[in-house]
Ligand binder design. Structure first.
Ligand code: UDP
Length: 316
């Protein structure tokens, strides 16, 4: 296959590039580098099956030749990014998805949308099943991401139903691993960095909010299988092992062997407004239709992640 990955220099995008190349496919990574980084794909330079194009996908996309699949992963993806880049977040989810779908239609390519557990907002159904419509505040700080992704899902289904584009939608739950931006503000980079440099781990609020963390190789496997399935409706991919943020902080301290304290803090900006109180995927559908479930425990995943952070923090 010849595959275009938008957001290909980002955390998930770059791991997808690696996976598709490893399977013998040819990959074009596209990124405008506002949150992506060419360091994530530097190891692919010189690979004859790989090409990087610096481009903003909200502008018309021109690709020469055939394309078999488009994976649309371009987007800011951290709550502090939404505060700093609210318009870009909305534009890439809306206009960028439109451009990528238009390209898929023109090339007769399969299209996979990276959607999100944020489509469920601060969920009133727990764990979240794909048939839950969600509880999103459209005008809150996260609304720019949540609503853009919900629009992107609607547009993807419209292109599928009206134009017959062969589409897939993955709803991605919290994922972590090497190459996450050190300062993207999300809980995994924050806690690992804080633990490694001996600073207090900043638990927001009372730390009773829950998340479920999936290691990146498990996520990539689920996405790879979904692309090769014939399922058009949204499918959750994530790890169903749920824990409080306080428990997660303790796990990071234990696994890094850190001397850091765990501090409860109240950020002054809007970053924890509308913070979902619980989040855990119901992966029954992925198990059933893809035969997929995550393989790595949190401890195994953190062990694979920590050395990459230590290196980039200049500690090893
Ligand atoms: N969080 C925290 N301390 C941090 C960063 C995040 O306690 O330094 C909390 C945040 O309030 C949320 C959870 O960790 O409840 C996950 O936040 P993240 O930004 O990783 O992504 P989200 O799952 O909210 O999209």
């Amino acid at each position: 296959m010849r595959v275009l990955i938008t957001g290909g220099a980002g955390f998930l995008g770059s791991h997808l590039c690696d996976r598709f190349l490893a399977e013998g496919h040819s990959v074009i990574a596209m990124d405008n580098l506002i949150t992506g980084n060419t360091d994530n794909i530097a190891h692919l330079a010189g690979n004859p099956n790989f090409k990087f194009i610096r481009h903003d996908v909200t502008e018309y996309i021109y690709i020469e030749g055939e394309l078999d699949a488009i994976l649309h992963f371009a987007s800011p993806a951290s709550p502090i990014d939404y505060l700093e880049l609210p318009i870009q977040t909305m534009k890439v989810g809306a206009l960028g998805t439109h451009k990528a779908l238009g390209l898929a239609k023109a090339k007769g390519a399969r299209f996979l949308l990276a959607s999100t557990s944020e489509a469920y907002g601060d969920p009133l159904v727990h764990p979240q099943t794909e048939d839950y419509w969600g509880n999103v505040n459209p005008i809150g700080p996260r609304g720019v991401y949540d609503e853009a992704k919900r629009f992107a899902e609607a547009l993807t289904m419209a292109y599928h139903r009206y134009h017959g584009v062969d589409t897939r939608i993955v709803r991605i739950f919290n994922t972590y691993g090497p190459r996450m931006r050190l300062r993207d503000g999300r809980v995994v980079p924050n806690f690992i960095s804080q633990a490694l440099i001996g600073k207090p781990l900043t638990v927001y609020g009372d730390g009773s909010q829950t998340r479920s963390f999936c290691y990146v190789s498990d996520l990539v496997e689920g996405i790879y299988r979904l692309l090769h399935s014939d399922e058009h409706e949204p499918t959750n991919i994530g790890n169903p092992t749920e824990m409080t943020i306080l428990q997660f902080a303790q796990a990071v301290v234990n696994i890094t062997g850190s001397t850091s304290e765990i501090a409860l803090v109240q950020p002054e900006d809007e970053r924890i407004k509308d913070d979902p109180k619980v989040r855990r995927p119901d992966i029954g559908k992925a198990r059933r239709i893809l035969g997929w479930e995550p393989k790595l425990s949190l401890e195994e995943g953190l062990q694979k992640t920590i050395p990459d952070f230590a290196r980039r923090l200049g500690l090893k």
